[in-house]
Write a protein of this length. Sequence first.
Length: 216
Amino acid sequence: MKKLLYSVFVLCTLTSFGQKYVDTNNPKDEEVKSLLSKNNDLNAFGALDIKVGDLMDERALLVGAYGGFIINRRYLFGVAGYGLVTNVEFEGLVPGQATPKQLSLQGGYGGIVIGGTIAPRELIHISIPIVLGAGSLEVVDKDFFTNNPADSEFTVENSVFFVAEPGIEIEFNITEYFRLGAGMTYRYVSGTELENVKDEDITGTTAMISFRFGRF
C-alpha cells in the first residue's frame, strides 16, 4: 500500500511540473509552454542539507548537497548527494560466525533532484524537492582483524539500492542570494540485498535544514 501511495504522489508531482498547453480557436495563436523554453528565466543555485532520521532504529545524521538550475523562480532541476556521517551500530551476523556482534552501517545515496516553489517572492514560502536515484550501503565489522589494530575493519556485505525521497520545506528569504529552509522528507528505499539490513530498516522520515545559495 505504501508503494502504491508513493507512486501516485510522485506521478502527480511530476505531472504538475510538465508542459502546459493553451489552445485557441486560431492555430496561429496557439501557444505551447514548456520548462525548457528559451523565453524562461534560468538561474543556477547550490545548497547544503543536514538531515536527521533513524537508520536501523538508531538516530543518524546525513549531510549532503545539491545544485542545479531554477526555472522561472519556481521549478528546480539538478543533482544531489548525501552521506552518512555518524556511526550507526547494530547487532548482526558475520558470515561463518554463529554469535551476533556489533556491526556498523556506512553509505550514502544521490541522484537527480526536481521540485517546485510556491510563492517564491514571498518572505516565507513552500519548497517541494524530490530526490530520485540510487545509493550504496556497507555493513562493516570494525574489530574483525584483531591482530592488526591499525586496520581492523572488514566489509561483511554491501549492496546498491534505489531511493526516492520527496520532501516539503518552509523556506525563508534571508537575502536576495540566500535562503534558509526547514522541513521533512520521506526516504523510500528498495532493492537492498543484505542479510543484516532490510529495505524497511533504512526507509523512513527525516527532519532537515537546508542552506541554499544562488540568484533567486
